[in-house]
Structure formats: C-alpha cells, structure tokens
Design a protein around this ligand. Sequence first.
Ligand SMILES: C[S@@+](CC[C@H](N)C(=O)[O-])C[C@H]1O[C@@H](n2cnc3c(N)ncnc32)[C@H](O)[C@@H]1O
Length: 370
Amino acid sequence: MVRAEKSARRSRSFSVNYPIMLVSETNITRTKPLCPLFGTCGGCQYQDIPYEEELSRKEITLKDLLTAQLGLSDRVFEPIVSSPEAYHYRNRLDLTLRRRNNGEWQMGFMLQGTQRLQEVAACPLARQEINDFLPALKAEAIKIFPPKYKVANLVVRVGEGGRVFWGGIGRRSLKMKEENYFFVTVRGRKIFYALDTFFQANLPILEKIVSKVESLIPWLEDTVFLDLYSGVGLFGIALADRAQEVVMIEEGADSVDLANYNIAYHGFKHIRTLVGKVEAHLPEVLKELGRKPCVAFIDPPRGGLAPSAIQTLNHAKKLGSLFYLSCSPESLARDLRALLQGGWKIRKIMPFDFFPRTRHLETLVWLERS
Ligand SMILES: C[S@@+](CC[C@H](N)C(=O)[O-])C[C@H]1O[C@@H](n2cnc3c(N)ncnc32)[C@H](O)[C@@H]1O
C-alpha cells in the first residue's frame, strides 16, 4: 500500500483531515496545479495530484469512515463514479465585491475564517462561460453598487445553454424572469433552475446518478416516488415516468415555485409539491398513500436528517427502498446508524465525485427493509 493510502486510511473525517495535505514526499506523480491560488484560496485540495489518485483517496477515506463507524462489509461499497469533467464543471460561483476605504475595488473569495478577500481573475473549477464573464461582472456590479454599500455577495451562474446571469446587489436582484431560467437536460428532460434556488453544482454528472437510481430497483406500476428535500424537483422530474405518483417536499418556497414551473413545463399531472419541512409533512403523506408501495429519495442539506424524520422513515413499513444522497460523510454515518437500528439494511454505497479537486464528496446509499 502506498504511503498516501496509509495516510488516507488513518483519516477518519472529511472535514477534519486533508489526507492529501499530509503527504509531501511519495512515489505518486505530482501534477502542476492549474490555479495560481491553489493552497491560498482553500477551495481545492487535490489540484497537485492526478485525478485518478484523488478518486482513490476519496474512495478509501469514505470506506474507512463508514466501515469504522458502522461495521459494514466491503461488499456494499461500489467503485467511485468519476465526474465527466475534473475542471470547469461548476455552474455557480459566489464572490464578494468590496470597496476598500481607499476607493480600490476587489472581487473574489473571502478566505475562510478571515476578513481577507482574495482577488480572483478566474476559477478553474468554474465553467468557462463564468470565467469569461468575470471582468464584465466586476464592471457591471461596480456600476450599480450603491454608495452606502461597502460589500456585496454576488452569485453568478450558468446553465446548459451557456448564458450567464448574476445577482446580489439590491433586493430581489436574484429573482429571474422565467424566460431566463437556467436549465439542464437529464434523461432527455429539461430541468429549470434559477439564481435564487439550490441546484447541483456539477451538471454533467447528474445523468449518471439518475440512471443509477433508476437501474437499481424494479419500478412497480403503482410505485409512489417520494422526492424529499426536492429543491426544484430534479430527481422527481427526471424519474417521473417510472412512478404512478410523485410527491415532492421542500422547505424553500422559491425552489418549490421552480418545481411547479418544471412540472407544468412537462405537463405532468401526477406530481405534487408540498412546501415545508420533510419532518412536518412526511407522516401525513405516508398516511394518505395507504398501502401503495413507496420509494423515497432523500437529499438533505449537509447537517443530515432531523431525528423525527428518521423516526418516520423507520416506521414507514410501506417504504420498500430508500435512497439517501449525502454531501457529508459525517452526518451520513450518524443517520445511517439510526436507520440501521430502525430496521433498514444497506444494499449499496456509491460515492459520486460531484466536486473534483476538492475534499468534498457526494455519496448515494441504497437501503432496503431487512
Ligand atoms: C442538497 S439540497 C437538494 C435539492 C435537490 N434534491 C436537488 O438535487 O437539486 C437540499 C434541499 O433541502 C431543502 N431543505 C433543507 N432542510 C429541509 C427540511 N427540513 N425539509 C424540507 N426541505 C429542506 C433545502 O432548501 C434544499 O433545497
């Protein structure tokens, strides 16, 4: 085993350890970071090693963490799914624009835990259209920057068509006209999103994860698909034709507006949305659905599931399959332990590299009733 792997094996947490940073002299190939800010900006951890090596370290670290905490067999782990693009995949950047006391303008990233703003001319993780737009963004933002402001948080985004929009100065500046909504095509279906809604950062990998979910289970004629923490409805819309009925639950009203737009755009009559917390709506929804077989897809924020949501999932006997997509291995491990105690069995754990060159990792877990 190479030293890098040993180091990765020792690490127990994605947020605490940077396996790569601990390894300075090894027999692995070093690559020249694409970004002059690598090591300063803090956004990337893996630009100086080949992508294959990064994938292997992520796979090992995840396996170590979940095996140590849950005592799992190696057989449940599937190989990591790589991103189609290792660079220029992000469809969104969040930047700070600041006017200094001496009148000088700065636009870039705030360095974590500091008041320092790192000027950024381009980010190699961002889509090229965003990078090409950054000089114009700065000029446009300065032009409308109110005299009373000192600082503004800018959001700049792009979709499949390549058009770039930005917002962040003034109330409702993130609101978009319908005709400007961004979109991505998944399973031949356009999914729209906006500046003010959550949307996955890596568009090219979405087809892979949706196809995976689709392929794992037999979809029965009367299956109800519960898209929980649904955002603008990405998974529910992409898999709409596999289910007799789709129920989406999402607490962000802006995202639910977009989900309703997506549903209407495709003319779906069998999908409904509920605005609010999963833990509040799910018990009622399950009761209403009676005996219908349900498949749930849960995609919570970094903190994971509320204890009451776990309790509901554990008691929902008609839920045959549960897919848990997580962006935090730590909260995933905690929630999986509670789900295992509640009678679920892990069938497969599938890491997906949504965030190449960074320490972040997305994990899809497929559970069934034991
Ligand atoms: C990681 S995002 C996933 C969104 C969507 N599945 C997608 O892939 O685009 C998590 C979403 O959960 C929503 N959310 C957070 N806490 C929630 C809760 N307790 N109940 C319902 N939705 C929640 C957030 O607003 C956000 O849209």
